[in-house]
Design a protein around this ligand. Structure first.
Ligand code: UT7
Length: 332
């Protein structure tokens, strides 16, 4: 195999949602909010929330084992976990996940790019494969935001849910169906405070605010503009036009953001994958969860030209493309 032609090819996909569903009505029983407000402003009807004591690695192991099953693989050369809610500040969550999955002593590390973490992880996995460092990579996007939300913050409680999604990427040829295309990645740390957990790091090691804080309105505008710009950039690099795109799978932050990105790009609404009504915003898990859900539901079919785009804290953003391969997702 020629080094230059080596590409990461999607070979399996798995997902996991904790069983407990929290409806808007349940939230409204506890906070000053309503089903009507949440649906109108976000498109969310319910979200999954982990049982107390559940850690991100627990969700990651569930999704990871399903992705391996979907790929028919028992081994991987590297394990990456994209997450904002690691089990602890140190060490990373991925080594424990690799061990619990029985993958031995393979390289394993976390990717910290908040809601763009899965797309950043795809880029890192592609690099490991293209350089010949790995032939098969397990990438898991997993988040347990219920552990970092302020119980009294009606806005973030309405938006975020828990979940995990995972893919297996194998070494293959760039011309194959399922091969990841070029990437567009970016960040703007001048706006780090728009999405933040201020405390618990080296800046405020003790006594700081340990809850997730988001300036929603400011983030909204940037999310739409940046996902549209990043999508255009990656399409241009790929040599596709917007009309070539069969499905857009964007980070599931808010239905109004998905609608606005589609309108900005000129993509018909029927080509935009959305699972947000049932799961809310699951951060690094949202893209693989939406891919698995759409592939299982028939909305995403083999051969479809798919555009992936994400935006999140950092600020960070990223996009890539692939033609959807004939894989059977394993969901849980
Ligand atoms: O995932 C990473 C990237 N994240 C995003 O892309 C999220 C982007 N932002 C958003 O999705 C939206 O900004 C939110 C859903 C977070 C908020 O929606 P919004 O339409 O921007 O509302 P807002 O924050 O401007 O608040 C409008 C009003 C406020 O009341 P006043 O000041 O107008 O009286 C809020 O206090 O709605 C109020 N409000 C609520 N009311 C009922 C905020 N949250 C709620 C709530 N229920 N849950």
């Amino acid at each position: 195999m020629e080094l230059g032609a080596r590409a990461a090819v999607l070979a399996g996909i798995g997902s996991w949602l904790p069983p407990r569903i929290v409806t808007n009505e349940e939230l409204a029983g506890e906070l000053d909010t309503s089903d009507a407000w949440i649906r109108t402003r976000t498109g969310i009807g319910s979200r999954h929330v982990s049982a107390p004591g559940t850690a991100t690695s627990d969700l990651a192991v569930e999704a990871g084992s399903r992705a391996l099953k979907s790929a028919g693989a028992a081994e991987a050369d590297a394990v990456l976990v994209a997450t904002t809610t690691p089990d602890r500040p140190c060490p990373a969550t991925a080594p424990e996940v690799a061990s619990r999955l029985g993958l031995g002593t393979v390289p394993a590390f976390d990717v910290a790019a908040v809601c763009s973490g899965f797309v950043y992880g795809l880029a890192v996995a592609s690099g490991l494969i293209a350089s010949g460092s790995a032939r098969r990579v397990l990438l898991i996007g997993a988040d347990t935001y219920s552990t970092i939300l302020d119980p009294a913050d009606r806005t973030t409680r309405a938006v975020f849910g828990d979940g995990a999604g995972a893919v297996v990427l194998r070494a293959g040829q760039a011309s194959e169906v399922g091969a990841l295309g070029p990437f567009d990645l970016g960040s703007d740390g001048a706006f780090a405070d728009l999405i933040t957990v201020p405390g618990g790091g080296s800046r405020q090691p003790v006594g700081g605010d340990r809850y997730f804080r988001m300036q929603g309105k400011k983030v909204f505008r940037r999310a739409v503009a940046q996902m549209a710009a990043s999508s255009r950039a990656v399409l241009e690099r790929t040599g596709w036009t917007v009309a070539d795109v069969d499905r857009v799978v964007a980070h599931q932050a808010n239905q109004r953001i998905l609608d606005a990105v589609a309108a900005e790009l000129g993509v018909p609404a029927g080509r935009v994958v959305s699972q947000i009504e049932r799961v809310g915003n699951t951060s690094a898990a949202s893209i693989p969860l939406a891919l698995a859900d759409a592939a299982l539901g028939g909305g995403l079919r083999p051969g479809h030209r798919v555009l992936l785009t994400a935006f999140g804290g950092g600020l960070t953003w990223g996009s890539t493309v692939l033609r959807w391969p004939d894989v059977a997702p394993v969901a849980g």
